[in-house]
Design a protein around this ligand. Structure first.
Ligand SMILES: [Zn+2]
Length: 246
């Protein structure tokens, strides 16, 4: 998981969401009202919301939780079945794959004793402060209070078929470092192909691994962890600025 920034929505959609929220708040049964209005929601408005989420998601619209599968669902971070007054809040929307949304998270939403979520919202929290990537295994280790529940609920260390999340992150480390080397060898002779390599790297699944590599390259153990050649490439070609939207 990586930190994501939410853009502003256009005024017309903001107003539409506000009127839906107002209708839910005054309803005698807000849960039922939110479900009904969610089913009947205006397609064009919510297509625009989905598009905004796809643009801000990692890679080409990947799930904001697992970063592997395609994000197909507008996900309510605070479940609408429990918090209907948040069903039409832009701040409550994320993009998730159907597995993370419907099979894993569902209405699971643990809170701490102060009532704050124990799951990571990548548009609010910095996942790097909660989860530490262990490069030798590809697993996440919880380092913040939201780490344990996030790993458990989103199955972030699930190594069973077909997800194999840690193996996916290991593959991302190997693939991205290979792409960086390929870029360095190509940039002088074939800049068009080098640009394609750059896009491939920034759109690679498990995009938090890209961030982890860039951050690791700045540490004193960088050469030991990544290899001195890879660190030199990351510095020389300013890999930390490769993501177009950053
Ligand atoms: Zn997912």
């Amino acid at each position: 998981m990586r930190r994501l920034t939410k853009p502003e929505l256009c005024n017309a959609i903001v107003q539409k969401l506000q009127s839906l929220t107002d209708a839910v708040r005054v309803a005698s049964d807000p849960v039922k009202e939110a479900q009904k209005r969610w089913k009947a929601k205006h397609k064009a408005s919510f297509d625009a919301i989905r598009s905004a989420l796809e643009v801000m998601a990692s890679g080409r619209g990947r799930c904001m939780y697992c970063e592997d599968s395609l994000g197909t669902d507008i996900e309510h971070f605070w479940p609408k079945a429990i918090y209907p007054e948040r069903a039409f809040l832009w701040s409550n929307y994320l993009l998730a794959c159907s597995h993370c949304n419907s099979n894993l998270k569902r209405t699971l939403f643990p809170l701490d004793t102060a009532g704050a979520p124990l799951l990571i919202d990548p548009t609010v929290d910095d996942p790097a402060q909660q989860l530490l990537l262990v490069p030798t295994t590809g697993e996440y280790r919880a380092i913040g209070p939201k780490g344990p529940a996030s790993i458990a609920v989103f199955g972030l260390n699930d190594d069973s078929r077909p997800r194999k999340m840690p193996q996916g992150r290991r593959a991302a480390i190997i693939s991205l470092t290979a792409l960086f080397k390929d870029y360095a060898q190509t940039i002088a002779t074939d800049p068009v192909r080098a640009e394609e390599i750059k896009v491939a790297a920034t759109e690679f699944p498990f995009s938090a691994v890209f961030d982890w590599i860039v951050a690791t390259a700045k540490t004193k153990n960088a050469a030991h962890v990544l290899g001195a050649d890879v660190v030199a490439i990351i510095v020389r070609y300013k890999v930390e600025y490769w993501r177009r939207q950053d």
